[in-house]
Design a protein around this ligand. Structure first.
Ligand code: KG4
Ligand code: ZN
Length: 383
């Protein structure tokens, strides 16, 4: 089954052609990062205008690159939520219009579910000889039940996936998403947008500087002692505390110079102070390394706890923050002793793309589902 997927939930415009939910024929993504970089984050009005300008060329390029004609396509899929309403509308409307024009079934896709299915993607040449008509499982697919950690600019969700379409949301963020925290802290540190890659790079620099000075790389990660919100007894996350700590640090706040805020933050402020003996690396890179460590440690430990509780054999990553190398290393260290396998998509499929949309759509279509053309966008859609 050949599906054209369309993605436009935020600041990326994507179109992709996928076979049988796994095998990639083409994948085109037009990014607006350069534009939003100027503002330090995504400006919704600008994003939707750019979606409009990019969508038709992106779809045409995906069709050309796959070398397929419209009459070979079996269905069209587009994201209908969650995301920015104006951006979602562009891809959804184009998807529905193409389905109408070519008389094809249409399926609206939940962007979060699609992030999970990024773990099913592979090249069209990687089709195993054993893959015949069983849509549920092809050799090389992730194995159910599994835990998926979705960490993106808008989401931090821990999901138990029992089977295709059978999800249980174990926990989510109570405030900032992991990627959002990376973006905001990068802005505080003057590192630019998107923040995740910038912070990872600065942290790597701090670690390299430690090595050059013959110190343990972990010294960079421990340069500042930052708060971790464990929210014990739940699988929820919270990153606003560590973000606030970073704000105070960046403003040069110390125990002595700041009148501490009320409540619990009082106790934390006294712990923000710089740990001694890490002279050499720049403050910004040490701050970046300590921040990355604080976020990644909580994500890795809570994911491992979920894997243990639900006795899964596999953990998969999804969303833009899954590109973070420190997160991958931490998770591997947490999961290896349990014999739990960690897998994640190549970086280009961790961030927003349309291949994962077409993949998720395939599994819905195989269960006999499709949407009517009056389907509307749902900016607040959950899993
Ligand atoms: O999944 P995605 O492309 O968009 C959303 O659906 O939100 O994720 C984008 C997010 C941004 O917040 C970006 O800073 C973060 O993913 N990100 C990273 C890394 N690469 C991208 N965060 C940490 N480390 C990275 N290497
Ligand atoms: Zn996303």
């Amino acid at each position: 089954m050949l599906i054209l997927g369309i993605e436009s939930s935020c600041d990326e415009t994507g179109a992709a052609l996928m076979e049988d939910g796994r095998y990639l024929l083409s994948n085109v993504v037009a990014s607006q990062i350069e534009i939003h970089n100027r503002y330090g984050g995504v400006v919704p009005e600008v994003a939707s205008r750019q979606q409009l300008a990019s969508i038709i060329p992106v779809v045409e390029t995906a069709m050309e690159q796959a070398g397929r004609s419209w009459n070979e396509i079996d269905a069209i899929a587009a994201t209908y939520g969650p995301g920015l309403a104006g951006s979602l509308l562009v891809g959804l409307t184009v998807g529905k219009a193409l389905a109408l024009a070519h008389n094809l079934p249409f399926i609206g896709v939940n962007h979060l579910e699609a992030h999970i299915y990024a773990n099913w993607l592979r090249g069209s040449g990687d089709r195993p000889a054993s893959a015949h008509n069983d849509w549920r499982y092809h050799e090389g697919d992730p194995a159910f039940p599994l835990i998926c950690l979705i960490v993106s600019g808008a989401h931090s969700e821990l999901v138990l996936v029992r089977d295709h379409g059978d999800y249980e949301l174990l926990g989510c963020t109570r405030d900032d998403a992991a990627g959002e925290a990376f973006d905001k802290v990068a802005r505080i540190l003057g590192l630019g947008y998107p923040g995740g890659p910038a912070i990872q790079k600065a942290a790597q620099k701090a670690e390299e500087e430690m090595q050059q000075q013959h110190k343990a790389v972990s010294a960079a990660r421990k340069a500042y002692r930052l708060p971790r919100a464990w929210l014990r007894g739940t699988y929820d996350f919270s990153f606003s505390g560590v973000k606030t700590a970073m704000l105070h640090l960046a403003e040069g706040a110390t125990e002595q110079s700041v009148s501490a805020p009320v409540g619990a933050a009082n106790k934390q402020i006294s712990r923000y102070t710089r740990m001694g003996a890490q002279q050499g690396a720049s403050d910004v890179s040490l701050l970046a390394a300590s921040f990355q460590e604080a976020v990644v440690e909580v994500l890795a430990v809570k994911t491992r706890q979920a894997a243990q509780e639900y006795q899964v054999k596999q953990v998969v990553l999804a969303g833009g923050v899954a590109a973070n190398l420190s997160l991958r290393t931490h998770l591997e260290q947490e999961l290896a002793p349990l014999g739990v396998r960690l897998t994640y998509p190549p970086i280009e499929f961790c961030t927003d793309n349309a291949a994962m949309i077409a993949s998720a759509a395939f599994f819905h279509l195989c269960r006999g589902e499709r949407h009517e053309l009056d389907l509307d966008v749902e900016p607040g859609l959950s899993l």
